[in-house]
Design a binder for this molecule. Structure first.
Ligand code: VGL
Ligand code: ZN
Length: 190
């Protein structure tokens, strides 16, 4: 295991992916998602203290969203905009000030796993001079992976906080990480 020191600063952003009630204890739970909450809270505190940008993404679907089974999609109804299930989980500690929330998947006609897809996330990070993004949250092989790929495509250096992500399937999650490493993402724990 190589050890390198990472000094966090203003050009770094923590992106907390989809830590919403429905993915933790609601209609589409990711097994074990609750277990990463303490580590995510630790990262939020550390990044906020270092003056980093902290962003929360939310899956934020209209009721008639194409990804829902009732509309011909893959998933049970989840994270309907404005509902209880779409809220950031109550045990996630938000920074006292200066954090951002990015909603995604808001168009009824197609799914958007990446926090960068059809959102202002890239503009927000660019405006703030962010070069490195550190990802945590759920689900490893879906929204975390897609957001990491989106970041890599846009030229960000991407770090995956391995003790603060959780996937739906073990094998699929392992494969997702392998793919991301090949593309240049780096897995770390701080
Ligand atoms: C997600 C399935 C459907 C995710 C979102 O956040 O990984 N997964 N919508
Ligand atoms: Zn969704």
């Amino acid at each position: 295991m190589a050890r390198v020191e990472i000094v966090l600063g203003r050009m770094d952003a923590l992106i907390v992916v989809d830590m919403q009630k429905d993915f933790i204890e609601g209609s589409l739970p990711v097994p074990g998602a609750r277990d990463i909450i303490p580590n995510i809270n630790r990262y939020i505190k550390v990044f906020a203290e270092k003056g980093c940008t902290v962003v929360f993404t939310r899956d934020w679907h209209p009721e008639n969203h194409a990804s829902f089974k009732e509309n011909g999609g893959l998933w049970p109804r989840h994270c309907v905009a404005g509902t209880e299930g779409a809220m950031i989980h109550k045990d996630i500690t938000l920074p006292k000030e200066g954090f951002f929330v990015i909603n995604k998947g808001t168009s009824p006609d197609f799914d958007a796993y990446s926090g960068f897809q059809d959102t202002k996330l890239d503009a927000l990070l660019r405006e703030r001079g962010i070069k490195r993004i550190f990802l945590c949250g759920v689900a490893t092989e879906y929204c975390v992976k897609a957001t990491a790929e989106g970041g890599l495509n846009l030229g960000y250096q991407v770090f995956l906080l391995l003790d603060a992500i959780k996937g739906v399937g073990e094998e699929a999650s392992r494969k997702a990480l392998e793919d991301l490493y090949l593309r240049g993402a780096v897995g770390i724990e701080l």
